[in-house]
Design a protein around this ligand. Structure first.
Ligand code: GN1
Ligand code: MG
Length: 364
């Protein structure tokens, strides 16, 4: 099936103009497609859902439809434009389902591309970073009353750092690809981090921190912005919306947006936690959610930054040891570069612990 056939299945009409693959995601394959209808440019996002990662894509889509419908109703109530402030998944012409299955058994979905919008893989503009924080905070607020237990768990234990470590230990033991020797230093460092990184999961396990509906992939490139005004529009990539800790969302966002370099930048000497970026995101995010946080959640936010950074390092290195079977890689050793980068960042988060505790206090 071609991308045009897929568009046709979703009842995308008009004259096809072009299609380009967008290569920033590590999991799904994403294409931006342009059509013209009645003289007007219409753009769509077509995605093939990675079945190796999401074993039941229909459940992913069911969550997305429910979550976006819930948000759409609130956006509407607030008098805002639903075409702009919430993601829209189209339904297939024949089945009425929010996906189609091609001849190879692959699942495809189609979203409206929000007009005049842009996403940032890296960002130096503190205003934009603060707005990204607000957008994820608002997303959290929209879903505050959503029954977390009613959502499908699309990837079990997604941010269970302890179980991520368990998989890491197994990968080291099995040493399937004979790579353990090449990354001894990184393994040792991650073992040193283990106890502290798993603390947040312990709080969750014993009920000291509540489960909420969280986004679970809060990279700043998952917020779309108006290209002209810089206004934050919709939160994107809702594949992993599931029950989780709010500190996961905060931590994942910080480890991505406040890193001085992109998460796979290979020169670790340049990796650091940028305190201005940390503060900008914190101001935006905490400003939106502080009223709902419990005391323990407040305390756990910066632990989330450390835990999520380490967790990603563990996931990248585990994938390397297992033969690069999960994350898309662009070159051999890509996952090692990612892991090293996150290890360096986690170390800097520890070094700057007092500073970030002082900053977050200002906004809590
Ligand atoms: C994956 O594909 P993308 O960029 O949306 C991963 C996230 C990681 C991220 C690291 C389902 O997200 O958990 O944080 O890569 N998503 C999944 O860049 O594993
Ligand atoms: Mg994602």
């Amino acid at each position: 099936m071609t991308i045009r056939d897929i568009c046709a299945s979703f009842d995308v009409n008009g004259k096809y103009v072009r299609c380009e693959e967008i290569g920033t995601g590590n999991i799904n394959c994403t294409y931006k497609v342009e059509y013209v209808r009645d003289g007007e440019k219409k753009e769509y996002i077509i995605q093939r859902i990675n079945k190796n990662v999401f074993k039941e894509p229909e459940k992913v889509m069911e969550n997305i439809v429910r979550v976006t419908e819930n948000i759409r109703a609130q956006v509407k109530e607030n008098g805002l434009d639903t075409h702009v402030f919430v993601l829209r998944a189209f339904r297939a012409k024949e089945s009425g389902l929010p996906y189609i299955i091609d001849d190879c058994g692959d699942y495809w979905r189609c979203y409206r591309f929000i007009k005049n919008s842009i996403t940032y893989d890296t960002c130096d503009d503190l205003n934009i970073i603060e707005r990204a924080g607000q957008a994820f905070g608002k997303f959290q607020n929209y879903l505050n009353d959503f029954d977390a237990s009613s959502l499908n768990v699309t990837i079990a234990n997604f941010h269970n750092t302890s179980l991520r470590y368990k998989a890491f230990h197994k990968a080291i033991e099995e040493n399937k690809c004979k790579r353990v020797n090449k990354v001894k230093e990184e393994i040792d460092k991650l073992l040193e981090f283990e106890e502290k990184a798993c603390l947040l999961q312990k709080y969750l396990d014993c009920g000291e921190i509540p489960l909420r509906v969280t986004h679970n992939d809060t990279k700043c490139n998952n917020v779309s912005f108006d290209k002209t005004t810089g206004e934050a529009l919709a939160v994107l990539d809702l594949d992993t919306v599931m029950p989780g800790a709010i500190a996961h969302d905060f931590g994942d966002a910080i480890r991505f947006v406040a890193n001085t370099v992109i998460e796979d930048y290979p020169d670790v000497d340049e990796v650091a936690l940028d305190l201005d970026k940390y503060e900008a995101f914190t101001k935006g995010f905490i400003g939106k959610v502080k009223d709902v946080l419990t005391e323990k959640e407040k305390e756990s936010m910066n632990l989330g930054v450390f835990a999520m950074t380490v967790e990603l390092a563990v996931r990248f290195l585990t994938d390397y040891l297992n033969g690069d079977v999960y994350f898309k890689t662009k070159y051999p050793g890509h996952n090692v570069d990612r892991a090293r980068n996150q290890i360096a960042l986690a170390q800097d988060v520890l070094n700057k612990k007092d500073c970030i505790n002082a900053i977050i206090k200002k906004y809590l």
